[in-house]
Design a protein around this ligand. Structure first.
Ligand code: SF4
Length: 177
């Protein structure tokens, strides 16, 4: 019997949620026995697969690249999990929302730079007007807040999903039980 597939995606976040994922330690072996990790910053796969059963998304939707990526991911994912406060509320990336991208870029690339101050016109993806929680852009099935969520909570959610249940994170304790 084929195992369910699992993916993790990194949008505008600090990678702390992925570090918490890794903090599951030996329980990663349990997850690996029950699901195939088919796409993630943790594995060398460049293209999001055609069909994924569970995708954990870290980070807010802040740029045009983030927007295109989460729309692609949503279209090819059965259960989408917003992983962490940046995905759930925009959190830290959302701090720039009252100012808009213009003053932010000015501060980062002009005001605070001593040499070759210039706004990026290539490589750096164009920022959206606001940094947005994932569910305001695409449908989200499970919300897992926390900055970051604990490894226990991430394991609990994955265990629930891989057991065929719908995790109710509103009833979840800090330790995910
Ligand atoms: Fe980092 Fe916290 Fe955002 Fe996760 S929720 S990406 S740990 S700032």
């Amino acid at each position: 019997m084929t195992k369910p597939t699992l993916a993790t995606v990194w949008l505008d976040g600090c990678s702390g949620c992925h570090m918490s994922f890794l903090d599951m330690d030996e329980r990663l072996l349990d997850i690996a026995a029950r699901a195939d990790l088919v796409y993630s910053p943790l594995v060398d796969v460049k293209t999001f697969p055609e069909s994924v059963d569970i995708t954990l998304v870290e980070g807010a939707v802040s740029s045009e690249d983030d927007l295109a990526k989460i729309q692609l991911v949503r279209a090819h994912t059965r259960v989408l999990v917003s992983l962490g406060d940046c995905a759930v509320t925009a959190n830290v990336p959302g701090l720039r929302n009252p100012y808009g991208p213009g003053p932010l870029l000015q501060r980062a690339y002009i005001d605070n730079v001593d040499l070759n101050a210039q706004l990026p016109s290539q490589v750096v993806p164009k920022l959206l007007a606001k940094s947005r929680p994932v569910h305001t852009v695409v449908a989200v099935d499970v919300f897992l807040p926390g900055c970051p969520p604990t490894a226990d909570q991430i394991f609990w959610v994955l265990d629930e999903l891989l057991s065929g249940r719908s995790p109710d994170t509103a009833t979840m304790s800090r330790f995910g039980t």
